[in-house]
Design a protein around this ligand. Sequence first.
Ligand SMILES: [Zn+2]
Length: 282
Amino acid sequence: MEFYWTEAQIRKVGTAGTAAMVERWKSLSSGNLGVEIPIILASRYSSKNLTIAQRPGQVNVTEFLLCEDRPTLAVLLEEFGKRGPVFDEVLFTHELAHRIVSLDGFSAIGTADTQWHLAGGALYSLAQHSPILTLQRTNGIDGRPIFDKRASEIIRGYVEQVGLCGIYNVGADAITIADDILHASPELSEQLINRVLPAVPQIRTIAEEVVDCAKNYDLLDPDENLLFLRDAVQRIAPAVAWVEASGADAVKMEVAGLIDTQNLEGEPRSEIDDGDDEDDSK
Ligand SMILES: [Zn+2]
């Protein structure tokens, strides 16, 4: 890791909300994992897993890695370091919140099926977004602009006919649009429903199924969140083998792999995708 910000540097530029979320992570990691895991902020290009060849497009994600021989949670952002270190508080707390929510009782779902792997990651991510927006709001941070930005890009792509999302497959694209229908501002959601979906029938079927399914559950409740995930995967891909894990177990496996394998910085560590390594800013 060539260049990164430490927690002290992050606190210096972040609001009290950021500081509170950093503390929340540290207390949850200490309680769940038996070790307090520090946080750093770095460019996504500092990860060996996230080269342009491996992950084209904009990538914002978190990874566990060894930093000065300590297991560390690295928040890896696309823009950080591109034109000097820029602190994007909304994006930083969004990515951090995925890990907080995982340790706070929410479950993960995923599959090794090649056709549905990306979609599974996107669905897991989608299910966490309601608790994440609430957590950010509680800490005085409005997380919605991330969804509005992506929804606007999807709508613009449709209007200009340059293609829809374009870098995934049907399942992952559909879940990405469903995610924005559920979490972007109402006027953008409406445009996705009324202008974009009618033009893409295959995507429409899956997206509408997921949006409809989400309305039956309180996604802020960890138990109902898992029931949503189970229901959604049965609706969209019943023949696929889906694997469940508690979010805490998924994180534990990642961290254990890190400690056991020493110096494998940048190696993949989890079967369950955290769902956040897709195109842009989620
Ligand atoms: Zn996300």
